[in-house]
Design a protein around this ligand. Structure first.
Ligand SMILES: C[S@@+](CC[C@H](N)C(=O)[O-])C[C@H]1O[C@@H](n2cnc3c(N)ncnc32)[C@H](O)[C@@H]1O
Length: 218
């Protein structure tokens, strides 16, 4: 059973859907304009799409977008499929699958709030690299490294491999080592995350996020 099968229910609420919308709206301006201009249809991969909280609102931002969402948690994908059906979402295709296939297909591949759960990051980035067409773009959104992320995440989530998040330098190096070119790591702004403390009090804690981007040029 995938780690997220047990906690998929936690991703089905209004706040998480709103947060997904915020991430999609902020991600959109980082998408390369040439890719949008030069393609009639823009094929996009959402690696670790979860319940589709980002995938669905992103698909609505440009009618050229066709988004495959893949995730190794069957439960997350079931919730995603349910929402696609209920809301009659078009151009979005969730699949229960860990690795992207076929290769050399996508103009854009992105991943939001996933990298910190990946043990073999270079293997994961290689899969993304191989999935892209020439001049395709990668986008990664995750926590900026801080003590706060460590305090709030280490004990709460045993599925995490990088509970502190990532520094700009670390993300830059990871993408360069994976052969991406024109790599940039930029501020993505603050996103509030909801936690429940030991007295069952709900806390909304603000965290800084980063977006890393690069291109496959060969
Ligand atoms: C915190 S959720 C984020 C979901 C979604 N990207 C979002 O922003 O709402 C992390 C997701 O990463 C997925 N995941 C874990 N390991 C993965 C892997 N090796 N490849 C792809 N996805 C993975 C989990 O199943 C889970 O759905």
């Amino acid at each position: 059973m995938a780690a997220f099968d047990k906690k998929a229910d936690k991703f089905i609420n209004k706040e998480y859907a709103e947060q997904g919308k915020t991430v999609a709206t902020r991600l959109f301006p980082f998408i390369n304009e040439e890719i949008l201009k030069n393609n009639e249809k823009v094929n996009i991969l959402d690696m670790g799409c979860g319940v589709g909280a980002v995938t669905i609102p992103l698909s609505l931002l440009n009618p050229k977008f066709i988004i495959d969402g893949i995730d190794p948690s069957i439960k997350m994908i079931e919730y995603f499929e349910k929402r696609v059906k209920e809301e009659k979402v078009e151009r979005v295709f969730p699949t229960f699958q860990a690795e992207p296939k076929p290769e050399n297909k996508y103009n854009i591949a992105y991943t939001t709030n996933v990298l910190r759960y990946i043990q073999d990051i270079s293997g994961f980035l290689k899969q993304i690299y191989d999935s892209l067409v020439k001049d395709g773009q990668i986008l990664i959104v995750d926590y900026e490294k801080s003590e706060k992320t460590e305090i709030f995440h280490t004990k709460r989530d045993s599925a995490l491999f990088y509970p502190t998040g990532f520094s700009k330098e670390e993300l830059q190096k990871l993408l360069i080592d994976a052969n991406f070119k024109d790599v940039k790591v930029l501020d993505f702004g603050i996103i509030e995350k909801r936690f429940t403390d030991k007295d069952n009090k709900v806390l909304n804690i603000p965290f800084d996020f980063l977006v890393a981007t690069g291109f496959k040029h060969d």
